[in-house]
Design a binder for this molecule. Sequence first.
Ligand code: ADP
Ligand code: 5GP
Length: 192
Amino acid sequence: MGKLKKGKLIVFSAPSGAGKTTLVKYLMGKIPALSFSVSAASRNARKGEVNGKDYHFLTVDEFRKNINQDAFVEWEEVYKDHFYGTLSSEVERIRNQGQHVVFDVDVKGGVNIKKIFGEDVLAVFIEPPSIDALKLRLENRATDSKKDIQTRIEKAKEELDFAPFFDVIIVNDDLDIAKKEVFEKVSEFIDG
Ligand code: ADP
Ligand code: 5GP
C-alpha cells in the first residue's frame, strides 16, 4: 500500500463576530476530507460548547504547563488571561490520517501558521462588512458580556490591519455569497 499523502492546512482568521465559526462549520459539513484542529483555550466554555470538540478547555495553569512542555505549534494571549493555542499533537494526528487540517485562530496565529508551514497553507481572512455590523452580530449572538463585546470591538480595529498578510480575503456580508466563495477557494486549494 502506498504512503498516505500528508494533508494540507487551511487557516481561518477574523475579528471575533465576523462569522468565522459559521463559515468553518458550513465548510466542514460540505467537505468530508477536512478535520478541525481543536485548540486549547483558557476561557470558560460558552453555552453549547463541548470540551474536546470546540476547544480543550484548560485553566491558565494547565495552559502554562503545556507551553513549558512545548506542546504548541503556536499560542497567543488573545485577550487578557484568555490563552489560545494550536496543539502540535492535533496537527500531526490529522495530517497523518491524510485529512486536511482546518484552523480557527486569531490573526497573529494565522500569520504564524503560514510562516511555519508555508506552501502547505491556505490562509483565509474573513472580513466583516463594517465595525458597526460586527458589533451588531456580537450583540445578537448574545454569548459575551457588554464589556467583552467592547474589548472585542476595540481589538477588531487592529485585527483588520492583518488582512493583507492572508492568501484570500472573504467579505462576509451576504452569508450565502460568503459560503460559496469559501467553498470554491478551499476546494481549489485542496484539489490543486
Ligand atoms: P466568529 O466565529 O467570527 O466570532 P460567528 O460565526 O459566531 O463569528 O458569527 C457571529 C454572529 O453573526 C453569529 O450569531 C452568526 O449567526 C452571525 N452571522 C454570521 N454571518 C453572518 C452574516 N453574513 N450576516 C449576518 N449575521 C451573520
Ligand atoms: P473565541 O473566544 O471567540 O472562541 O475565540 C477568540 C479568538 O481566539 C478567535 O479569534 C479565535 O480564532 C482565536 N483562537 C482560537 N483558537 C486559537 C489558537 O489555537 N491559536 C490562536 N492564536 N488563536 C486562537
